[in-house]
Design a binder for this molecule. Structure first.
Ligand SMILES: Nc1ncnc2c1ncn2[C@@H]1O[C@H](COP(=O)(O)OP(=O)(O)O)[C@@H](O)[C@H]1O
Ligand SMILES: [Mg+2]
Length: 315
């Protein structure tokens, strides 16, 4: 049994203009200790998929159907109490901007200690000690437990966020573009830190990133999302060396590794579709350089092309 088994997940947001089908039939598995990358242009549903795993959607969001099996149990059937025990303890998330996730008027040590005490029957004093140790783990000085979020630099705050995410030693940690706002040197340090902690603690990871070098360095497998769906998923080497889906090819091959460019997708003309009204057939067909007649008529299924490698394309 995989650690996590997501089956045909559908998630929508209700808007005045209609339903935004942000995640539209996504399935994937995650094994114990494995690291899965999630890539795709902005607006393709990556964050929504990640938040759904924790049932942390904003109020206008809804999981319409599907299953999220964690160790065989469907997270969608959890009671409020079961969810409380599940979040942070089993799966935690490092958000894009730490400032939004941290309470500005509470000392960071207290925030970490609170997270620990939600899940472990330890005294306030012991939780405080653990918080200090956690800060040291993320290479901050332990005495900084007494500081407030604004007293940290952006990179340091992201380290605090990582300490929070690891506080309860979850089995899975999700990183949603965890370093996007930081400068390149700090990004590299943070990724190194996350990766070493992840290996040490044996955690599985779902990493959403625009940085293909990070993807290549840290992920065992990757899923490419387009317009709310996975169009290709497979081992990272396969995706880098022989991507099959034209979208994945544009995305992953456009990366000029030697020049150190960190951008992707700038070579694909056009933009992803509005998810209130998606194109018929393959959603990528209006932008696809290899479009065929069938592509606008029939939606391709995600079919296996090789070991653990699946592609949704008529070509
Ligand atoms: N709270 C929301 N209300 C309405 N639409 C939303 C909301 N959050 C995200 N969306 C829409 O859902 C789609 C997927 O967004 P998101 O999951 O944030 O994509 P990504 O993380 O890949 O950039 C987009 O069309 C986005 O506009
Ligand atoms: Mg996002």
């Amino acid at each position: 049994m995989p650690l996590l088994d997501v089956q045909d997940l559908h998630v929508s947001f209700s808007m005045r203009q209609g339903m935004v089908r942000a995640v539209d039939g996504v399935s994937f598995t995650l094994e114990e200790g494995e690291s899965l990358g999630l890539v795709g242009e902005s607006g393709c549903g990556k964050t929504t998929a990640a938040l759904s795993l924790l049932r942390l959607l904003p109020p206008n969001g809804r999981i319409d159907s599907g299953k999220i099996l964690y160790q065989g149990r469907d997270v969608l059937t959890f009671t409020a109490e079961e969810l409380r025990r599940f979040r942070w303890k089993e799966i935690s998330i490092i958000f894009q901007g730490a400032m939004n996730a941290l309470n500005p008027v509470q000392r960071v040590g207290d925030q970490i200690a609170e997270a620990i005490r939600l899940h472990q029957p330890v005294s306030e004093k012991d939780a405080g000690k653990q918080a200090q140790a956690l800060l040291e783990r993320v290479e901050l000085e332990g005495r900084r437990v007494n500081d407030y979020p604004h007293e940290f630099s952006g990179g340091q705050r992201q380290r605090v966020m990582i300490a929070m995410a690891l506080a309860c030693r979850p089995r899975i940690v999700i990183g949603d573009e965890p370093t996007t706002a930081l400068d390149v040197m700090v990004q590299a340090q943070i990724f190194e830190l996350v990766e070493s902690l992840r290996k040490e603690l044996g955690m599985a990871m779902i990493l959403i990133t625009h940085d293909l070098s990070v993807l290549g360095d840290t992920c065992d497998r990757a899923a490419v999302m387009y317009a709310g769906q996975i169009v290709e998923i497979g081992p990272i080497e396969t995706l880098f060396q022989t991507p099959c889906h034209p979208y994945a090819r544009c995305l992953l091959r456009s990366f000029p590794r030697l020049q150190g460019s960190r951008s992707m997708a700038d070579s694909i003309p056009g933009t992803p579709p509005n998810l209130i009204e998606v194109p018929p057939g393959c959603r990528f067909h209006p932008r696809c350089p290899e479009v065929m007649a069938i592509c606008s008529r029939e939606q391709p299924l995600l079919l296996e092309r090789g070991p653990r490698h699946s592609v949704a394309c008529h070509g």
